[in-house]
Ligand binder design. Sequence first.
Ligand code: SAM
Length: 286
Amino acid sequence: MKAEYREEICDGCDQRFSIDDPLYEIKTDHQHLIIFRNRYFGRVLALDGVIQTTEADEFIYHEMMAHVPLLAHGRVHRVLIIGGGDGGLLREVLRHRDIRRVVQVEIDASVIDLCRRYLPNHSQGAFDDPRATVVIDDGMHFLEHTDERFDVILTDSTDPEGPAEVLFSRRYYAACQRCLAPGGILVTQNGVAFLQLDEVRVSAGHFNHLFRDWHFFGASVPTYVGGIMTFGWASDDPRPRQTDRKTLQERFTHSGIVTRYYTPQLHGAAFALPQYILDAIGKTSA
Ligand code: SAM
């Protein structure tokens, strides 16, 4: 019988992948890690029973998490990534020519090491870029001790259990706010709203308490089943979120970046949320 990987999505519902080629499995100091090849999705990374990323659809998540805030801001030089050990987000951020420095803080060195080896299409050499600095640390600990300021902070974390639980707390969002340069933007991974609505609701409450401008935007990522994947957006400057389509198009064209999912049109549309999410976050519109 062929081996299968089963991810429990919610009580009474799961998704399954055939493991066509098992590549690596280990219990790291922080979590259970497995990388395998599936005939449709290519190489797949799962941590603690949760699918993190696949070669086939990772571009959707990583392009949206990187290009939406970077193009909305327009003059990003310094980026902080919390988590993101597979390197896909680092790859997309470094495609922006104006980037001078990216600090990536990942709690689990094994994720980076094993993804470089078994999932090289994600990072595509990004970890060797001289603009990138990798720090092995807890994101919360790093933020509370650094003196650096960043134009954009990206939380590319696992779900709010285990080591990532703290990355969804008010204490964490407040630490991010302290480390943002004037006009800076925080973007977070906030789960699949239909199934993890509380995650969105709780983050919305913290954003509302701390930031002048906040919202969520969405993207459909096939392997994050259950509907729209939501990204949190928080800033003390309301202007970047209102950047008009013409400006986004000019910046995008000027960047020379070729994407497979992101477009300036989609950028604006991604902030239009369905009513059930607006209800959960207590907003009537964007
Ligand atoms: N795109 C993925 C998703 O949404 O499922 C997340 C990808 S990335 C592999 C998530 C990373 O966050 C993991 O490598 C994990 O080790 C890291 N992580 C979890 N908690 C962390 C923390 N407190 N500080 C830094 N990194 C953390």
